[in-house]
Design a protein around this ligand. Structure first.
Ligand code: HEM
Ligand code: HEM
Ligand SMILES: Cc1cc2nc3c(=O)[nH]c(=O)nc-3n(C[C@H](O)[C@H](O)[C@H](O)COP(=O)(O)O)c2cc1C
Length: 498
């Protein structure tokens, strides 16, 4: 294919792009592109490699059906030399002042040694991160009731500590899905980690290695999957999070690639057949002029908020299909009811994550710790359901303290995932920040275990917690520190004077 011909396919009717010497027909993909079609159309008919590389690792191309790649450029010498786009500073006076203040805060950021809990990391991230990046991380759906409730609910679980137990040697190590872990924590998958720190998922992988915790690698990382695996130590256990593409051949390819690189478990995200309306994020995108969504400000194109990238037709039957294409453990991420927990067992999943995607999907759903309490009670009443099965339960959402982790363990969780808390630590202090965050949690866990009167995690059960306040107290506070670092959503802004 020749440059001259490719250049004629420069519209929504026929949209070809060159990426790394190959020609892609993205006509059908336009409406499905999560970053909107505007950006792709802007580069239609030309070499978009440089622009593509700014946002995506090369393996993003794996999301495309193979037939989208329609050939190679035969006369690369005829490609026009792309000039550096002139950057026009169209910021307002108010924005310039805010940016200067932010740079000043970065220069005076507290030393890592001064950070004593995970809220401190959040306080630093909130005031030093690029505001769009912070909006993307911190955003929850709509009124962010669930986002806050995820954390607040932990504070309504009270402990019943036992005393006069020899707690000289306390051991918080465990295994999760057969892999050893230094503590019952893991790094949950978060798309686009690089927004907060240039090393993104690589910093998380390295910190997981040095602290002995497991990382769930995201399907939509800003680094390529292989780069992330390469950043990990050779024997470091990794999990992989998957958004299920409508094209099953693509899914197979992605899953096989993960298995080949030694990934131990596949976490299939089941709570995102439609992306939640994350308004903080939307507002910041509008302000930054990056959004091309419709006038209602929807995340997506009017009614069409589904995409080939996420199969809306996924059902319980597909669990068996996953089993047929991989020997990795299969865990369903995003279970939110007792009924679905039971179905997961019946469909032979190896485990579930009770999660609401960190309050980024359906709004006003219950906190995972509350759902876990119900599921645990149900499984205890019906021991036949789990009899003879290796089934592990995890939860994620709102975890900030070692005590939060132990409450989940008391209620039957095998481990607990962290999303934002570690992203905030990474945003301010990179790999070292994540290491410090994990160290803080480990210290809190040891203290808490000693004070509860246990020396290993398997001694913990529901007798160590009191759930009387858990259900009655929805809408409670998550404590002054949490409330202080919470960034509330603002209302629409009037036009700025230029
Ligand atoms: C060729 C196949 C492509 C696929 C499969 C793809 C996939 C995606 C996905 C999944 C996202 C969501 C963000 C994330 O990674 O979490 C996204 C966002 C985005 N994509 Fe693409 N993309 C493709 C091509 C392109 C091209 C050619 C460009 C630029 C010319 C581009 C620019 C962007 C931008 C600007 C965003 C939004 C990022 C942000 O606002 O921070 N993409 N894309
Ligand atoms: C067509 C249906 C769409 C689907 C299925 C979809 C899906 C997704 C998914 C799965 C992510 C990864 C983020 C996460 O899980 O937290 C994402 C991110 C993103 N989407 Fe959408 N998206 C759609 C439409 C759009 C449209 C039309 C825009 C244009 C404004 C857009 C802008 C973005 C951007 C900028 C990101 C990057 C990070 C973020 O803001 O969450 N998406 N999208
Ligand atoms: C910025 C961000 C991006 C996320 N991206 C994904 C993703 O791509 N896939 C997924 O299954 N979950 C994703 N999640 C959800 C997390 O895996 C996890 O369920 C959630 O963050 C836990 O809540 P927490 O942030 O309160 O710890 C994301 C969460 C955040 C905050």
């Amino acid at each position: 294919m020749f440059v001259e011909e490719i250049a004629t396919h420069n519209s929504a009717e026929s949209c070809w792009l060159i990426i790394d010497g190959k020609v892609y027909d993205l006509t059908d993909f336009l409406d499905e592109h999560p970053g909107g079609k505007k950006i792709i159309l802007k580069h239609a008919g030309t070499d978009a490699t440089a622009e593509f590389d700014k946002f995506h690792p090369r393996d993003t191309l794996n999301f495309l059906a193979p037939e989208c790649c329609i050939g190679e450029v035969e006369d690369p010498e005829n490609l026009p030399q792309t000039e550096e786009e002139e950057v026009v500073d169209d910021s307002t006076e108010e924005e310039r002042v805010a940016e200067e203040a932010r740079l000043d805060r970065i220069a005076h950021k507290p030393d890592l040694s001064k950070i004593i809990n995970l809220y401190d990391f959040e306080a630093v991230a909130r005031t030093t991160m690029d505001p769009n990046g912070f909006a993307y991380y911190s955003s929850g759906t709509e009124d962010e009731i669930t986002l806050r409730e995820n954390h607040n609910a932990f504070k309504r679980v009270y402990f019943n500590p036992r005393v006069l137990v020899d707690v000289t040697d306390v051991d918080q190590t465990t295994t999760m899905l057969g892999s050893p872990a230094a503590t019952p924590l893991y790094i949950s998958a978060t798309a686009m980690g690089k927004i907060g720190h240039e090393d993104g998922e690589l910093a998380l992988a390295r910190a997981a290695g040095t602290t002995g915790i497991i990382q769930m690698v995201p399907n939509l990382g800003l680094f390529g999957f292989d780069e992330i695996v390469d950043a990990a130590q050779p024997d470091q256990p990794l999990w992989f999070q998957l958004y299920v593409n409508r094209n099953k051949e693509i899914v197979k390819r992605i899953v096989r690639a993960a298995e080949t690189r030694g990934v131990k478990a596949l976490f299939v995200t089941v709570d995102a057949p439609h992306v939640g309306k994350r308004e903080k994020d939307m507002r910041s995108k509008f302000l930054a002029g990056r959004s091309d969504s419709d006038d209602n400000g929807n995340h997506g194109d009017g009614d069409k908020k589904t995409s080939a990238l996420i199969d809306t037709a996924l059902t319980w039957k597909d669990v068996a299909w996953f089993r047929s294409i991989t020997s990795m453990k299969i865990v369903l991420k995003g279970i939110q009811t007792v009924q679905d927990a039971v179905l997961a067992v019946q469909h032979h999943a190896d485990g579930i994550v009770i999660s609401n995607h960190g309050g980024r999907q359906l709004e006003t759903v219950r906190a995972p710790i509350e759902v876990l309490a119900d599921v645990n009670a149900y499984f205890k009443q019906h021991p036949e359901i789990l009899a003879g099965k290796q089934f592990e339960m995890f939860i994620d959402g709102g975890v900030r303290r070692g005590s939060d982790v132990l409450k989940a363990i008391c209620l039957g969780a095998r481990g607990v995932g962290l999303g934002r808390a570690l992203l905030y630590a990474m945003a301010g202090y990179g790999q070292e920040g994540v290491e410090k965050a994990v160290a803080i949690l480990k210290d809190e866990i040891v203290m808490c275990m000693r004070l509860l009167g246990v020396t290993s995690l398997n001694q913990l059960d529901e007798s160590y917690v009191d759930l009387a306040a858990l259900k009655g107290g929805r809408g409670s506070s998550g404590g002054a520190l949490f409330d202080n670092v919470y960034e509330p959503m603002g209302v629409v802004k009037f036009k700025a004077r230029l």
